[in-house]
Design a protein around this ligand. Structure first.
Ligand SMILES: Cc1cc2nc3c(=O)[nH]c(=O)nc-3n(C[C@H](O)[C@H](O)[C@H](O)COP(=O)(O)OP(=O)(O)OC[C@H]3O[C@@H](n4cnc5c(N)ncnc54)[C@H](O)[C@@H]3O)c2cc1C
Length: 258
C-alpha cells in the first residue's frame, strides 16, 4: 500500500489495524558490537503490545526539516512486564537513522508506529533457512529464538568480521549458524550468494527468510530458486539499498524499470 512522505501518523494508523502510535523514552544504551548500538526504550503501550518475532517499529527520526520521516527497526526483544523494547541499530555511517541512533541519549523521546511487518516463522516447515546481515540480524535472532529446541535451522549471516558476531540466546539446539566474512564492501560482496549456492539443504520441506541489502537479497533468493526451492517458500525483504537512502517511510527505494 503506498504511503506518502507527509502522511500524518493518525492517517497511517487508521489504515493499519492493530498498529499503535507509541511515545517512547530512551532508558539506556549498550554497544552490542563495535557497530551496533542497542537502544532500550520505555513507554506506555509497551506492556500489552503484541509483537511477533521479526516485526519492527517505524521510528520517526530527525531529518532536516522533513516531516514524518521514518526508519524501520526490528524489535530485538520486548519485555512486557517492564514495558521496555530493545532496538539494535547498525551505526553504518551516514544517514538520518544512523545519525539519530548514534546521538540519542537517555531521556530523549521519540515517536514510533508499530508493530509492522508481515514475515513470520512458517508453521509446519521441516527446516528453516535464514540469510541475514548486520541490519537484519536483530529480526533474524528474534525469529530463531522463537523456534523450539528441536527445530532444524541454518543461519547464514554476512558481516565484516568476528567482532560482529551475535549469537541467539535460545532456539534450536542444533542451529547451524555460519558467519560469512566479507572481503568486499557490504552490498557488493558475493559471499551470501556463494554460500547459498554451495549449501547442502536439509531434507524435507523448508522455508527461507532472506533479509538484507536489496541486491544481495535478490541474488540470494534467485540462488535458492536455482537450488529448487519454491518461491512461495522464500520470504524475502530488502532492508536497505547500497548507495541509495531509504524512502521517508523507511523502505528501500526500488530500482526503476529500464
Ligand atoms: C522491516 C525493516 C526492519 C529493519 N530493521 C533494522 C534493525 O533492526 N536494525 C538496523 O540497523 N537496521 C534495520 N533496518 C534497516 C534500516 O532501516 C536501514 O538500514 C535504513 O536505511 C537506515 O537508515 P539511515 O537513515 O541510517 O540510512 P539511509 O538514509 O537509508 O541511507 C544512507 C546511506 O547509507 C547506506 N546504508 C543504509 N543502511 C546501511 C547498512 N545497514 N549498512 C551499510 N550501509 C547502509 C545506504 O546505502 C545509503 O548510501 C530495517 C529495515 C526494514 C525495512
Amino acid at each position: 500500500m503506498a504511503r506518502t512522505e507527509g502522511e500524518e501518523p493518525t492517517a497511517l494508523l487508521q489504515r493499519l489495524p492493530g498498529v499503535r502510535l507509541l511515545s517512547l523514552t530512551l532508558h539506556e544504551t549498550q554497544m552490542v558490537t563495535p557497530s551496533t548500538r542497542r537502544l532500550r526504550f520505555v513507554g506506555e503501550g509497551l506492556s500489552d503490545l503484541e509483537v511477533r518475532p521479526g516485526q519492527d517499529l517505524m521510528v520517526e527520526v530527525p531529518a532536516e526539516g522533513r516531516r514524518h520521516f521514518r526508519r524501520r527497526y526490528s524489535v530485538r526483544s520486548l519485555d512486557r512486564a517492564v514495558g521496555a523494547v530493545d532496538l539494535d541499530i547498525v551505526l553504518h555511517g551516514d544517514g538520518p537513522g544512523a545519525r539519530w541512533a548514534a546521538a540519542v541519549e537517555p531521556g530523549d523521546t521519540v515517536e514510533a508506529i508499530g508493530p509492522r511487518g508481515k514475515i513470520f516463522v512458517a508453521d509446519g516447515a521441516d527446516w528453516h533457512l535464514f540469510c541475514a546481515d548486520e541490519a537484519s540480524l536483530p529480526a533474524t535472532l528474534a525469529m530463531i529464538e522463537s523456534l523450539p529446541p528441536s527445530a532444524v535451522a541454518v543461519a547464514l549471516v554476512e558481516v565484516d568480521g568476528a567482532s560482529d558476531h551475535v549469537a541467539p540466546g535460545s532456539g534450536p539446539e542444533a542451529l547451524d549458524l555460519r558467519w560469512l566474512h566479507r572481503t568486499e564492501p557490504a552490498g557488493r560482496d558475493p559471499v551470501m550468494t556463494t554460500a547459498v549456492t554451495a549449501l547442502g539443504l536439509p531434507a524435507g520441506h523448508g522455508h527461507a527468510y532472506v533479509f538484507g541489502e536489496l541486491h544481495v537479497v535478490a541474488a540470494a533468493r534467485q540462488a535458492l530458486v536455482g537450488r529448487g526451492m519454491d518461491p512461495a517458500d522464500i520470504d524475502h525483504k530488502g532492508y536497505w539499498r547500497l548507495g541509495v537512502a531509504n524512502a521517508a517511510h523507511g523502505e528501500p527505494e526500488r530500482p526503476r524499470p529500464a
